[in-house]
Design a protein around this ligand. Structure first.
Ligand code: SAH
Length: 243
């Protein structure tokens, strides 16, 4: 999966000139040259096999072969929202959710959110989605953002999806409630900030039909909880509702 390069451009069969950081990565970092075969992708769900024709410091000229339809997406839509952890832990979260096949990640603004990512930070996270997709073979980019207030998120996330709010059990009980498929709208998982969701925030979600889920008696970091729940959903969600 390593010989993959991203471009936002359409990729019809024939000659294509790759420029910018991806061309630098191809020619200078990975040292691909004439005759080498690579794969381009543009997020439309396909692999575009290509042969390198020529390279220089700024560009790589390639010949694109007919596209290959390869589906590396989950068989259902998985969305994760979370109050962003700080710095590198936020990077880690976005990289891992991309690898797990999450379709959309929404940073949440909750009562106890400390990190409020600006648009420039979200753009950096979108770049990380591209890097992770190059590595893991995804041909559809995980959508990131925008920063959304919890009440707005509840209002916008309708009952078509099976919706779960992660909240550690108050009594320390270890019985995990199940993440599972609900209807055709996929699965949505919400994760709180390090200070946790406020009681009113949990109550508002439950009143809107969200189910509360425990991951056991240990209090996890935001990114651990989000990744564990996404991994759980990625397997449990393959079962049809009631299956
Ligand atoms: N002191 C906070 C802990 C927050 S941990 C509290 O008691 O709520 C950060 C977030 O990760 C939580 O808001 C929750 O969404 C998720 N999380 C961490 N551990 C969890 C667990 N054992 N079960 C369910 N969610 C958990």
């Amino acid at each position: 999966m390593a010989d993959r390069f991203y471009t936002p451009d359409p990729l019809p069969v024939g000659e294509y000139v790759l420029t910018g950081p991806e061309a630098h990565h191809l020619a200078t970092v990975r040292r691909f040259g004439p005759g080498d075969r690579v794969v381009l992708f543009n997020g439309d769900g396909h692999d575009y096999p290509a042969e390198v024709v020529a390279t220089d410091r700024k560009r790589a000229v390639l010949t694109i072969s007919p596209l290959r339809a390869v589906d590396r997406e989950l068989p259902f839509r998985l969305e994760v929202s979370a109050a962003m952890p700080k710095g590198d832990r936020g990077d880690f979260l976005v990289e891992k959710l991309t690898e797990l096949g999450v379709a959309r990640f929404v940073p949440l603004l909750t009562a106890r959110t400390v990190v409020e990512p600006r648009e420039s930070r979200l753009d950096k996270l979108r770049q990380l989605v591209i890097e992770a997709s190059k590595q893991c073979g995804r041909n559809v980019l995980m959508e990131v953002g925008p920063l959304t207030r919890w009440t707005d998120y509840l209002a916008a996330t309708g009952p078509g999806a099976a919706r779960f709010i992660l909240h550690p059990p108050a009594d320390g009980s270890s019985e995990p409630a199940g993440i599972r498929q609900g209807g055709s709208g996929g699965i949505v998982i919400a994760v709180g900030p390090e200070g946790g969701f406020a009681d009113e925030e949990v109550a508002a979600a439950e009143a809107a039909g969200w189910r509360r889920v425990s991951l056991g008696p240990r209090v996890m970091r935001v990114e651990t909880a989000a990744i564990a729940a996404a991994a759980w959903a990625s397997i449990a969600g393959r079962q049809p509702p009631g299956g």
